[in-house]
Design a protein around this ligand. Structure first.
Ligand code: NAD
Length: 287
């Protein structure tokens, strides 16, 4: 039977480390600050934003919420981002996605100062993830790497199969695994024989959004299964992409949904914001 990876416990551990970093920064006169911009009235976005703010405040960070109307123009939003780019009390800027249709997400992401892009979506950070150098990594895949390290899952030389190729999860996940010397395979909606690939995996990352896509027949004995999916079952309960009950006896380790990857995402947002504030210190001493 698989060991169950406790995302809540790992998240709490990293958050307490981050809280210590925050208090050390405060001793040096810097309070890490995160600004979250919410455009429109999407209820799910509103919930995410309030969770992010609460987590910030809990570890002593400064958090600002900027709420803009549903009919905000792209230019209006960019002006707001520019203000925050210039604001010395703000170390992280997050524009909650999705945005209303009149606004081009790519233009907004590119308007954020890469040094404050704690979501890690700016092309500069995406590029640096690939080429090396100082970057912010997208929070969900970054959290998964931290989780695997905490659990001491060997990555070097192992075969990791990433299912899903989105810009926020799948693609950066593969790059981060590559940095850890894993051999990486990407699968996606056009993959011809998904099970053929996943059955060879030492580590499977499922980031698709289809309930029960990964069954016991898709995995080899002892594989480590990380389930990023957030779906609803027939009773409306949160569930992942993996058929958890049937994979449990066969897998080596597995993340539950909820309580697996979910808690890690916000945790790494906090870590990135602390990191951003720390970098301003080193930049000051250099100049
Ligand atoms: P997305 O819709 O942008 O991407 C889904 C990916 O799945 C695509 O790249 C597509 O090629 C692939 N795919 C679709 N059908 C497939 C199939 N039949 N076989 C193999 N691959 C297939 O989604 P996303 O933003 O990457 O999110 C994926 C899932 O993870 C969603 O359920 C989302 O809610 C969840 N998610 C969770 C967290 C978290 O913190 N736990 C964070 C982000 C996303």
């Amino acid at each position: 039977t698989a060991s169950i990876i406790d995302g809540k416990k790992i998240a709490q551990h990293i958050q307490s480390t981050t809280a210590e970093r925050v208090s050390q920064l405060k001793e040096k006169g810097i309070t890490p600050g995160l600004a979250v911009i919410l455009v429109g009235n999407n209820q799910a976005s509103r919930t995410y934003v309030s969770m992010k703010r609460k987590a910030c405040e809990k570890i002593g960070m400064h958090s600002v919420l900027i709420e803009l109307a549903d009919d905000t123009t792209e230019e209006g939003l960019i002006n707001k981002v520019n203000e925050l780019n210039e604001d010395n009390t703000i170390h992280g800027i997050l524009v909650q996605l999705p945005l209303p249709s009149q606004i081009d997400e790519i233009n907004i992401i590119e308007s954020i100062d890469p040094n404050k892009d704690v979501d890690g979506f700016h092309p500069i950070n995406v590029g640096r993830l690939m080429t090396g150098g100082e970057a912010f990594y997208p929070c969900t895949p970054y959290g998964i790497i931290e989780m695997l390290k905490y659990e001491q899952v060997e990555l070097r030389g192992k075969h990791a199969v990433v299912v899903g190729r989105s810009n926020i999860v799948g693609k950066p996940m593969g790059q981060l695994l590559l940095k850890e010397d894993a051999t990486v395979t990407y699968c996606h909606s056009r993959t011809a024989d998904l099970a053929y690939h996943t059955k060879q995996a030492d580590i499977i990352i499922a980031a698709v959004g289809i309930r029960n896509l990964i069954t016991a027949d898709h995995i080899k004995d002892g594989a480590v299964i990380i389930d990023v999916g957030m779906n609803r079952d027939d009773e409306g309960k949160l569930c992942g992409d993996v058929d958890y009950q049937n994979c449990l006896p066969k897998a080596g380790a597995i993340t539950p949904v909820p309580g697996g990857v979910g808690p890690m995402t916000i945790t790494m947002l906090l870590a990135n914001t602390a990191e951003s504030a720390e970098r301003t210190l080193t930049r000051k001493t250099q100049s």
